[in-house]
Design a protein. Structure first.
Length: 354
């Protein structure tokens, strides 16, 4: 196994960048050598606060890319994922880009094409794929224990959980709850199912609490300003999949309810509750269920593992742990959800070739 040092740069110095920096510091063979942020002085402050001794600070990520780096983490707000990622790939750097991959399908395709042209790795920061529960569910579906899966349900919700800052403005986030936390649910479902091709989407989105002076002042989120809130805080979609199957998606930042339900998969031979990890099937004409044993690190270790796995792949010349091309089906659905919601109609989904 190779033992050389992996030199990393971080583009963007917001909250998620702090996690990347701290995780990189825990990996013996990694050194963070530079940080870039468009806000003057912010990168330098980040270097100091995270104890990144000797790391350079820039306001322009293109200056950072002039350094002798092996890889970069792109930790900017959503709308700024595309440009720095493509620039980094063209500069010959491997890239770990935070979720979501991009704001639009067109951008995602362009990023994947840039990775293929450069021969460098483009990895997406979905730590959910490293959760033992998700890995177990994927193994169960792939084993054929459910038979042909014809229905899946995914999503999540917060009773009170509207974030603040750049998350609630379309000009920076590109979208709201669907892009922010919905991307996790969709990517997980598609990953468990083996990345089926989406065919059509019928969706609804709404903003009911972020724009309310009453609820936004009742600590529904982190400093929500109803005057500038212009993204959705709720979304739901019906997704038609290849193979005569379908997926129901539900997500919310705020609602008068505790939960939008579990992630589940129904097949011709069995069903799986992927939250409780319970397998339902038929035995001798009787409906029975089996609690599935899940082994592995605690959920929170998945955050560290996504960074560590990327660093190991860079060091060892391995494939991307979460390849951007594998994320395209769920990214296409995210894109279609907004198109369908705007059109108030079902829309077709087509993923261009890479």
């Amino acid at each position: 196994m190779a033992t050389q040092e992996v030199r990393v740069g971080i583009i963007g110095s917001g909250g998620i960048a702090g996690l990347h920096a701290d995780y990189y510091k825990r990996i013996p063979f990694v050194r963070v050598v530079a940080v870039a942020d468009v806000v003057p002085g912010r990168a330098a402050a980040f270097v100091q606060s995270h104890g990144l001794q000797g790391a350079a600070a820039f306001t322009d990520h293109r200056d950072l890319l002039q350094l002798d780096l092996d890889a970069v983490s792109v930790c900017t707000f959503n709308r700024a994922h595309h440009g720095p990622t493509v620039d980094a790939l063209q500069a010959g750097k491997h890239v770990l880009v935070e979720k979501p991959l991009s704001v639009t399908l067109a951008e995602a395709v362009d990023m994947c094409r840039a990775a293929r042209r450069s021969g460098k790795m483009l990895c997406v920061g979905f730590q959910s794929r490293f959760e033992p529960r998700v890995m177990t569910a994927r193994r169960i579906v792939a084993s054929g224990a459910l038979g042909r899966v014809y229905y899946a349900e995914t999503g999540g919700g917060r009773r009170k959980g509207i974030p603040g800052g750049t998350f609630t403005r379309r000009e920076t986030a590109g979208g709201g709850a669907v892009l922010d936390i919905g991307c996790y649910s969709l990517d997980t479902a598609f990953h468990v199912l083996g990345n089926p091709r989406p065919l059509a989407v019928s969706a609804y989105t709404g903003r009911h609490f972020g724009t309310s002076p009453v609820y936004s002042k009742q600590a529904w989120g982190g400093g929500v300003d109803p005057a500038t809130f212009d993204v959705e805080d709720f979304g739901v979609a019906f997704v038609r999949l290849e193979g005569d199957a379908c997926l129901v998606f539900k997500i919310s930042w705020a609602m008068h309810f505790d939960s939008l339900g579990r992630m589940l998969f129904l097949g011709t031979e069995g069903g799986l509750d992927a939250d409780a990890m319970r397998l339902y099937h038929d035995r001798f004409g009787l409906g029975v269920h089996t609690d599935v044993s899940v082994e592995g690190a605690p959920w929170q270790d998945a955050w560290f593992r996504k960074v560590e796995a990327f660093a190991e792949a860079v060091r060892d010349g391995g494939p991307a742990p979460v390849p951007a091309e594998d994320v395209l089906p769920s990214q296409a659905v995210l894109d279609a959800i907004y198109r369908s919601a705007d059109a108030h109609a079902e829309v077709e989904v087509a993923i261009p070739p890479i």
